[in-house]
Design a protein around this ligand. Structure first.
Ligand SMILES: Nc1ncnc2c1ncn2[C@@H]1O[C@H](COP(=O)(O)OP(=O)(O)O)[C@@H](O)[C@H]1O
Ligand SMILES: [Mg+2]
Length: 479
């Protein structure tokens, strides 16, 4: 089945995009804070300082003036001369009706009404302060009533224009701005570079997946680096390697199986064709041919039955298990093999221990014993022997099958449990084998939690040793 590739590129792109956007949202928020908070805080500090300076000064002037009974331009000017108030950009003193009596900006305003809201509020009895930061300067205004014995004689108004502190704050602001822009640029370059390499590696991985999905299981990924992505790349390679092996096994199995079925089918065709084509075949030859057809069909049946058995095991279908006495199973299985032993002129000897119980399906145990004993008979010499033993210890039951036969060359020993593997194809075929018996045995043993080993027997022959976990009624009842 082919799966259509989806829009992969768009997705990787959006990872990069998301990454950059969220990173910049964070950086932006940080820079905004860095550019506003210190300035606001220092501005507030200046406002406070201005308030206390102006209010203090206003209070000094107000209390000095309150010593006078009435306020007049002259008397105020005299008092003001005594006070040192040059640091303010403007000082205005009015009488109770907001008429200007004194103004540091010049005499032109004297005798006119002051229209500042601060003054009218001060005449109403309030102490007023207002400061603002605008056009690169702090402009602060304070106003206070001049009172004598709870009578409001007039008001004092101070105004200060400070560009010095303002320019200090402005220069801090500028420095912060430059730092922010520089930080932003560096962050931008780093983020883009980092996210590029990140997404490039992810894209690399995605491409490799595509290649493997396309059927090229030999493809391996080198993602570089030494991080989680490298780990992911390694896992991907492991997975691909397993896929490759499985795929190879599957292919070989299909081709072996077809080959195995093809051979007897071809013989059957050949034999039946000869019968059909020769018009005057005598009865004996005909019978011989039909017997051959029958044995080829039998071989086909055996092979397909074994293939079905193996595929059932591959699907993980397990037959029902019950405690099986291996000794008893051995005896009944050997009865089936007596004709073969007689035909080969091979003697079978066995010793069976008491109470060798294994939790298994009877069919599995039968398959194991039958295939091992059958091989021991088939790959034996005329007049040879087969020895079987069943015994056990506290935890295990052991089955050994030994023969005095042709033996298995060392280089083949590792492979004889593979499907369709045969050391001597001609001999196996002649004996009706398909090369599936031992793979069924090893699958069955593994499914029972046992182990099987093969070794040469001295002086000649082969020895198969199987161990099963022992079934003990007490223990298994407890669990
Ligand atoms: N006891 C034995 N002695 C010698 N060779 C053996 C023995 N058992 C198995 N073999 C070799 O292992 C191969 C695989 O065995 P098996 O899977 O049972 O297939 P077969 O259908 O050929 O018997 C056989 O073809 C044979 O070459
Ligand atoms: Mg066999």
């Amino acid at each position: 089945m082919r799966i259509k590739p989806r829009e992969k590129r768009k997705r990787t792109g959006s990872v990069q995009y998301k990454f950059i956007v969220s990173f910049f949202a964070l950086i932006g928020a940080l820079l905004l804070l860095m550019n506003t908070y210190p300035l606001m805080a220092s501005r507030d500090l200046v406002f406070k300082e201005k308030e206390s300076a102006l209010m203090n000064q206003a209070a000094v002037i107000s209390s000095s003036l309150s010593a006078l009974d009435t306020l007049s331009a002259n008397s105020v000017a005299q008092v003001m001369e005594l006070l040192d108030v040059t640091s303010f950009s403007r000082i205005v003193v009015t009488d109770g009706s907001a008429l200007v009596l004194y103004d540091t900006w010049g005499d032109s305003g004297i005798g006119k009404y002051a229209l500042f809201s601060e003054i009218s509020r001060a005449l109403g009895g309030e102490q007023v302060f207002r400061s603002q930061f605008a056009d690169g300067a702090f402009i602060s205004r304070a106003a206070m009533p001049v009172r004598s014995r709870s009578v409001t004689l007039g008001s004092v108004y101070l105004c200060e224009y400070d560009s010095e502190q303002a320019s200090l704050i402005l220069s801090i602001q500028n420095i912060l701005r430059v730092i922010s822009i520089a930080a932003c640029t560096v962050a931008l370059i780093l983020t883009v570079a980092f996210s590029r390499t990140l997404t490039a590696r992810i894209t690399h991985l995605a491409k490799a997946i595509q290649v493997v999905r396309g059927g090229n299981y030999a493809h391996r990924l080198d993602i570089g680096g030494n991080d989680e992505l490298t780990e992911l790349g390694n896992e991907f390679n492991n997975l691909t390697e397993r896929l490759e092996t499985t795929e190879q096994q599957r292919r070989r199995f299909v081709s072996d199986a077809s080959h195995e079925l093809k051979t007897p089918l071809a013989s059957i065709r050949l034999l039946s064709d000869s019968i059909v084509q020769s018009g005057d075949m005598d009865m004996d030859t005909m019978r011989e041919f039909v017997t051959d057809i029958g044995s080829e069909a039998e071989r086909l049946q055996r092979t397909t039955e074994k293939l079905l058995d193996l595929s059932r095991r591959d699907d993980g279908i397990e037959s029902k298990r019950s405690p099986v006495d291996i000794g008893a199973a051995l005896k009944s299985t050997l009865r089936l093999l007596t004709p073969l032993a007689d035909a080969r002129n091979v003697t079978i000897e066995y010793t069976v221990g008491q109470d060798c119980m294994v939790l298994a399906s009877e069919d599995d145990i039968h398959q194991i014993i039958f295939n091992l004993a059958e091989n021991a008979l088939k790959y034996n010499h005329d007049g040879g022997h087969v020895y079987l033993t069943v015994d056990g210890d506290e935890t295990h039951v052991f089955l050994t099958v030994e023969d005095t036969g042709i033996g298995i060359p060392e280089e083949d020993r590792a492979q004889i449990f593979s499907r369709f593997y045969r050391v001597d194809k001609a001999r196996s075929r002649e004996a009706g084998g398909s090369g599936l018996g031992l793979s069924i045995v090893s699958d069955a043993v593994a499914s029972l939690g046992g182990e099987i080993t093969v070794s040469p027997r001295t002086p000649n022959g082969t020895r198969f040793a199987v161990s099963f976990p022992r079934f003990s009624e007490k223990e298994d009842a407890e669990t």
